[in-house]
Every structure is written in structure tokens, then in C-alpha cells.
Design a protein around this ligand. Structure first.
Ligand SMILES: [Zn+2]
Ligand SMILES: [Zn+2]
Length: 131
């Protein structure tokens, strides 16, 4: 039997579902997504994975959630995606799971395609620091 996991942002229960063999937790309240370590990297590569993100984040008053890891109750710390500093997410220092607000995973995925294009044309280094 699995222990219920609660959203670090709004405390609603996380619902698990499977996309192409990868298990993901999505919050029934705010629509945020919880990924176990490396799952978000794995999912980014899978076709159609933008569909797991419901898009519009529900408005949650600041301080509603515990800010703790749903798996092991460690305090999450804020991170930004390398090369995409507008995407802030929460990460657990113990299990290395990550929490994305609704809409952020889509963004994370899309910008990656742009980054790959830049890498193909060899201008990734030039583009850095101009954003
Ligand atoms: Zn939530
Ligand atoms: Zn954790």
C-alpha cells in the first residue's frame, strides 16, 4: 500500500498516473507536478509528455503548502533551470525529486528544443548571458 503524498505547494493530495511507463505525481489542487529523481529529464524526451502538464497554475496563497518533500518531509529548496532562469522549481536535497508548478514543465520542455537548435548551430555559448 502506498502512503499518500501531499503537494508541497497547496497540501492537496498528489495523484499518481503513468505516462509511457514513467510514473508521475500530479497535484489535484494546483496542478503542480512531482517527479522522482531524473524523471523530469526522462519525460522531457518522450513524445506527448507536454500533455501531462495541465498548464494554467491554480492561484495558491503564499504559505499554504508545507514546502516539504512529499516523500521524505525534507525542506525543499528553490532552484532555477540551467539556461532557463525564468523557470523556478523546488528540489529535495535528500531524494532529489523535483516539483514544478503547473505550466513550468511545458516551458521546460519547449525551451529545450530551442536550446538544441542553438546547439546544432553552434551558437549556444554566444547566446548565454544575453537572455
Ligand atoms: Zn498543489
Ligand atoms: Zn525528498
Amino acid at each position: 500500500m502506498e502512503r499518500a503524498m501531499n503537494c508541497p505547494k497547496c497540501n492537496a493530495q498528489l495523484q499518481s498516473f503513468v505516462h509511457q511507463g514513467v510514473e508521475i505525481e500530479r497535484c489535484g489542487g494546483c496542478g503542480g507536478l512531482w517527479f522522482d529523481v531524473f524523471e523530469h529529464e526522462e519525460l522531457r524526451e518522450l513524445s506527448g509528455s507536454d500533455a501531462i502538464d495541465t498548464g494554467a497554475p491554480a492561484k495558491v496563497p503564499a504559505g499554504t503548502g508545507s514546502g516539504l518533500c512529499p516523500k521524505d518531509q525534507q525542506r525543499l529548496f528553490s532552484m532555477v533551470v540551467a539556461g532557463q532562469p525564468h523557470i523556478a522549481y523546488e528540489s529535495c536535497g535528500l531524494c532529489h525529486g523535483v516539483f514544478f508548478d503547473a505550466g513550468e514543465f511545458k516551458d521546460f520542455r519547449e525551451t529545450t528544443f530551442g536550446e538544441r537548435l542553438r546547439a546544432i548551430f553552434g551558437v549556444a555559448r554566444v547566446a548565454q548571458g544575453q537572455a
